[in-house]
Design a protein around this ligand. Structure first.
Ligand code: S3P
Ligand code: PEP
Length: 432
């Protein structure tokens, strides 16, 4: 991964007062691309995310035989075309690519090798590969850790489908992967979940998007059934990424003032929408505004002191780094729980946050499934980011109140938000 000099996260010299446009949702963009590739006709995906993870998905689908074209108004993705031969898929450190694309290879007829960054080799995958094998996929481990990249999928031109058991407790993306590909199996797929699944909103997102593309998924508690069917949706417009919006949403709680985020959806399956209730619990306010010069969106305001919080983030785990940074400024102790699976994210996020916040003077301890954060004054220092985009965002939040926070390798935020540093700097420049 390319690295660059560290970035001194700017201090908020005044209350914030800014409009911030955030890029398209990673989770929605990469689902739309996968569903488009599984469809009978092409889909124009409007306002998609353009970032490392989105480009990796575009590259994966191209390698698997789907045409992907950047056109006026978005990205057009066409159906997967059959074709023999060998292909290679670069997973980078994109969970969505690593989890969503092996099933597509198993349904095709190429021999496809999957590998990516060193970090993706350590992230959980084997329960999904096991379920795909149970459904008839031919997947060969290549040395290393069994059930982890690198591995090779030998497509046999289709799979019958049927019923399969899945443990999706390490990542909701295993379940989403089977559900997204299910309509292309001859008999569809029925998944019986064992254990709990985190990130429930992302499962709702998968079911919602399947329906929009014409599938008929059904859920009965831990049993999911998606019948075989033909998908097609000529156009799909991607919502702004509400998890990428998280640092901007919490900025007024730390610095005072308000931030307007255009196009925040009134209804959404994105986990980031939960931030609206968090802001209210922390003494801030959110309002949907319709008549600003920048169009309709969400206005977030804050200003008072922050109480300590007891938060189970099981359903919204990807928000943890930014929330942990925010809670360092609370005037009472906080506990974050329900996120043991974050140890298998871009990095072990619980260990990384405890280490980095402690090094800056924080009183932060790791628990088995979360963090305990007690009030303590923070000081200047380097905030290491472990090639994790959300740690860059967390470092930026710390810098609002603590002078001299040096965020290491800020470019790694390009996984989901390539223009983050500029957008953050502009928010503070306009507000000063
Ligand atoms: O399906 C998705 O798009 C995602 C699901 C979640 O994964 P986990 O369930 O592994 O946390 C989330 O953290 C990730 O950022 C995106
Ligand atoms: C866990 C995350 O990413 P991925 O899609 O790589 O799992 C994340 O974005 O917080």
């Amino acid at each position: 991964m390319p690295t660059e000099p560290s970035w001194t996260a700017p201090l908020a010299e005044a209350a914030v007062d800014a409009t911030v446009r955030v890029p398209g949702s990673k989770s929605i963009t990469n689902r739309a691309y996968v569903l488009a590739a599984l469809s009978s006709g092409s889909t124009l995906v409007r306002r998609p995310l353009d970032s490392r993870d989105a480009r990796l998905m575009e590259g994966a689908l191209t390698a698997l035989g789907a045409p992907v074209e950047h056109v006026d108004g978005g990205v057009r993705v066409g159906p997967l075309a059959s074709g023999a031969g060998e292909a290679h898929v670069d997973l980078g450190n994109a969970g969505t690519v690593a989890r969503f694309t092996p099933a597509l290879a198993a349904l095709g007829d190429r021999t496809v090798r999957f590998d990516g960054d060193a970090a993706i080799r350590r992230r959980p995958l084997s329960p999904l590969l096991g379920a795909l094998r149970d459904l008839g996929a031919d997947i060969e481990d290549e040395g290393g850790t069994p059930g982890a990249p690198p591995f090779t999928v030998r497509g046999r031109g289709g799979l019958a489908g049927g019923e399969v058991e899945l443990d999706s407790s390490a990542s909701s993306q295993f379940l989403s992967a089977l559900l997204l590909a299910a309509p292309a199996f001859e008999r569809g797929v029925t998944v019986r979940l064992v254990g709990e699944v985190p990130s429930e909103p992302h499962i709702a997102m998968t079911l919602d998007m399947l329906r929009r593309f014409g599938a008929a998924p059904e859920r009965d508690r831990a049993r999911f059934h998606v019948p075989a069917g033909t998908l097609h949706l000529p156009e799909y417009t991607v919502e702004p990424d509400l998890s990428s919006a998280a640092p901007f949403v919490v900025a007024p709680l730390v610095a005072g003032g308000s931030v307007h985020i255009p196009d925040w959806p009134r209804e959404t399956t994105q986990p980031g929408d939960w931030l609206r209730s968090l802001v209210a619990e922390l003494g801030g306010a959110t309002v949907f505004d319709t008549d600003t010069a920048d169009g309709s969106g969400l206005r977030v305001s804050g200003g008072g002191s922050l109480p300590g919080m007891d938060l189970d983030l099981h359903e919204v785990g990807e928000l943890t780094p930014v929330i942990a940074a925010l809670l360092c400024f609370a005037d009472g102790p906080s506990r974050i729980s329900g996120v043991a699976h974050l140890r298998g994210h871009e990095t072990d996020r619980l260990a990384a946050l405890a280490t980095e916040l402690t090094a800056l003077g924080g009183n932060v301890t790791e628990t088995a499934d979360g963090l305990i954060i007690r009030p303590a004054p923070l000081h200047a220092g380097t905030f290491h980011t472990y090639d994790d985009h959300r740690l860059v965002m967390a470092g930026a939040v710390l810098g609002l109140r603590v002078p001299g926070i040096e965020v290491e390798n800020p470019a790694t935020v390009g996984k989901t938000f390539p223009g983050f540093v500029d957008a953050w700097t502009a928010m503070l420049t306009r507000s000063a």
